[in-house]
Unconditional design. Structure first.
Length: 460
């Protein structure tokens, strides 16, 4: 049986999504029905997102000068399935030699002028036909592949399918950030996509101290869920005492930095940050819109009054500038400090992707007020460690001891383990699948935008 791509995906977000099987397949008990449902749901997420674009012409725009036109990101996840399933031996041939290659590899330039963009892209109808063909092929693979009685590991051919599913979900989130940068007149909010409320001024953002301790990083090879290559390896870190803010920095707090001239003070910015800010003529956060009497806020598909109690969404350069402006030896959290905070008082088996106490997996179609998800507050009092928006970290992306790039995707992690890519943790409201796991490790160039904010930390 081949299930057709959903035709009513624009109605599935707020109602159907909550009742759909959105949790990743377990490696130790792979079942066909679950794989079919997870793939269908994964596919619908992309269809839902791209249904927001009003005109086919907008698919050929580059809302972010550091990325390909949107049409690439509509076709890329589909091409990924085909290319990886072929590498794993689950398919003997591709769909279309030209498109399988054109849509295969993403980009990560340091500057717009270093981005090579193809001169000719297929039209929307062609890409949609390409996607639909691949949907049927992947579904046929799921329906026909022999499911093992023993747990699937990263050497099993089915790992390629799981990789395709989680890659698709990653691009759902990253594509949402690109579409959020399109002109508001070029998008429409899909029916059933609901933003969170705003409650006015945020609560006072006090500091909480941690005595430190020992934290172990790295995912076990025996874990029951898919993991990316950079998650494996083992590292034990002794964390010294430190303090961090209870909440993510809110829009109100960041507004004080803006109004105090934070973007005009060279002493607050790193050399790299000053260069980025000057080249881009940046004077306020990306998703703030200059208005006559202040700022509006660009949500996914609409402009609204700036929600002062929602977290400020900025890149790493802006986060570091705020730290310097705030003083008191303020900095960003390290990865080991973040993990220590998230694991204090929680059982070792706890994983946020199986919980509903966090603003993950589309509990809302936007950020929420800082501290709004009180049920997700950590035992030590920190809010929004998981979900809402990603938390920029102070670490450059690095390998854990024992790291080995996966042969099906050699360039997923290793090329970015360098001083040019900073880490973030915790997930956002748009993070689904294993991206919402406590083991997931994310990185971007410091000038790139994601649904990401930060909290302050300092050594004590």
């Amino acid at each position: 049986m081949v299930v057709k791509p959903s035709t009513n995906s624009t109605h599935m977000l707020q109602s159907d999504l909550k009742n759909s099987p959105t949790k990743p397949p377990r490696l130790d008990r792979m079942d066909r029905k679950g794989l079919v449902a997870y793939f269908q749901h994964t596919w619908d997420l992309c269809e839902l997102l791209f249904s927001s674009i009003r005109s086919a012409g907008s698919l050929y725009e580059r809302p972010d000068p550091l990325r390909n036109p949107l049409i690439f990101y509509f076709g890329h996840p589909a091409a990924f399935y085909i290319n990886k399933l072929r590498m794993a031996g689950l398919l003997s041939r591709g769909v279309h030699d030209q498109y399988d290659e054109l849509l295969a590899v993403g980009v990560d330039p340091d500057r717009p002028e270093h981005l090579h963009v193809a001169n000719l892209w297929p039209d929307e109808a062609t890409v949609r036909t390409y996607r639909n063909t691949i949907f049927e092929i992947v579904m046929e693979v799921i329906e026909s592949v022999e499911l093992p009685s023993s747990p699937v590991n990263d050497q099993h051919p089915l790992w390629a399918l799981l990789m395709g599913l989680e890659h698709d979900r990653i691009h759902f989130e990253t594509s949402s950030v690109l579409i959020r940068q399109l002109g508001v007149e070029k998008v429409r909010r899909p029916e059933g996509w609901h933003y969170a409320p705003t409650l006015g001024a945020p609560p006072e953002n006090d500091w909480i101290s941690s005595e430190g301790g020992t934290v172990r990083l790295g995912k076990s090879r025996e874990d029951s869920l898919f993991g990316w290559d950079n998650e494996y390896g083992q590292l034990e870190v002794k964390v010294e005492p430190f303090a961090a803010t209870r909440n993510l920095i809110s829009n109100l707090e960041f507004l004080e930095f803006v109004e105090d001239g934070g973007y005009t003070r060279p002493d607050l910015w790193s050399d790299e940050g000053r260069d980025w800010k000057t080249r881009t003529n940046t004077t306020h956060p990306k998703f703030w819109v200059q208005a006559d009497d202040g700022y509006l806020y660009r949500a996914m598909f609409d402009e609204m009054t700036l929600p002062l109690d929602w977290p400020a969404e900025v890149n790493a350069h802006e986060a570091w500038a705020y730290c310097r402006w705030k003083g008191e030896n303020s900095r960003l959290l390290s990865e080991s400090e973040f993990l220590l905070l998230t694991r204090e008082g929680l059982p070792g088996s706890y994983d946020p992707l199986f919980a509903r106490e966090h603003n993950l997996d589309f509990k809302y179609g936007s950020a929420t007020p800082v501290g709004f998800m009180q049920e997700g507050t950590s035992a030590s009092g920190f809010n929004d460690l998981y979900g809402n928006v990603w938390d920029w970290l102070m670490d450059d992306f690095y390998p854990l001891p024992g790291f080995q790039p996966h042969p099906l995707y050699l360039d997923f992690s290793e090329p970015y383990m360098d001083p040019e890519h900073s880490m973030m943790a915790g997930g956002s409201w748009a993070t689904t699948g294993t991206g919402a796991s406590k083991h997931y490790r994310l990185w971007f160039r410091r000038h790139f935008f994601q649904h990401a904010g930060f909290r302050l930390a300092r050594s004590i």
